[in-house]
Design a protein around this ligand. Structure first.
Ligand code: HEC
Length: 178
């Protein structure tokens, strides 16, 4: 084919593709219902985009030394924030994921079983994840508080249901208004 003809064919194809995409969006055919599973392809696109994006940005995050060995006060701060803001969606030892969390798509993972890399957790908690239910807590919390939550996440897999229950009872009977 002559070069000009090839270019013209490519342009026509691109215009047709764009028109088909627009027609699909405007038709309302795509089902946005959260209670319907994503197709395998959409799930792959979303998941891969998310994990690559977080991985790339978390490389810039420097983990403070104390996060590996947090003080009891830092752990307590992390725990209070976790119980108040995260357990609803992610559950905790002996605390099932709530009705809010169960209705989300993508589903929030249980975080009590294993801890992610601290730099990735920090980035996700601070910035949140678009188009999932995961909020960005950097809007309302400083880095010190977010690192305390990360330190708590690292400690949580070693906690039993009894440990967690005891912490809830201690904190909320000592100081019911936080
Ligand atoms: C309203 C529900 C909701 C709340 C509240 C919430 N999250 Fe999330 N979280 C999500 C969802 C949804 C995802 C993304 C799941 C996915 O993309 O598969 C997520 C993802 C995460 C991840 C990444 C997990 C992984 O395996 O990749 C971490 C870590 C996390 N949240 C921590 C927290 C912490 C800590 C808090 C509290 C400060 C919190 N979340 C509050 C819904 C929530």
């Amino acid at each position: 084919m002559e070069p000009m003809k090839t270019v013209r064919t490519a342009v026509v194809l691109l215009v047709l593709l764009a028109a088909a995409g627009l027609a699909f969006i405007y038709s309302g055919l795509y089902n946005v219902a959260a209670d319907e599973e994503h197709s395998g392809f959409v799930r792959w696109v979303l998941h891969t985009t998310q994990s690559k994006s977080v991985h790339r940005r978390a490389e810039q995050v420097v983990v403070p030394d104390w996060v590996a060995k947090p003080s009891p006060a830092a752990l307590r701060t992390g725990f209070i924030h976790y119980q108040e803001m995260c357990a609803t969606c992610h559950g905790a030892p002996g605390v099932p994921i709530s009705e809010i969390g169960q209705g989300l798509n993508p589903a929030p993972p249980e975080l009590s079983g294993h801890a992610e890399d601290p730099d990735e957790s920090f980035w996700i908690i601070k910035h949140g994840i678009k188009m999932t239910g995961m909020p960005g807590f950097g809007v309302t919390h400083d880095d010190e508080e977010i690192w305390a939550i990360v330190a708590f996440l690292q400690a949580m897999p070693k906690m039993t249901q009894e440990d967690y229950k005891k912490m809830v009872a201690e904190v909320w009977t000592e100081s019911p208004v936080i």
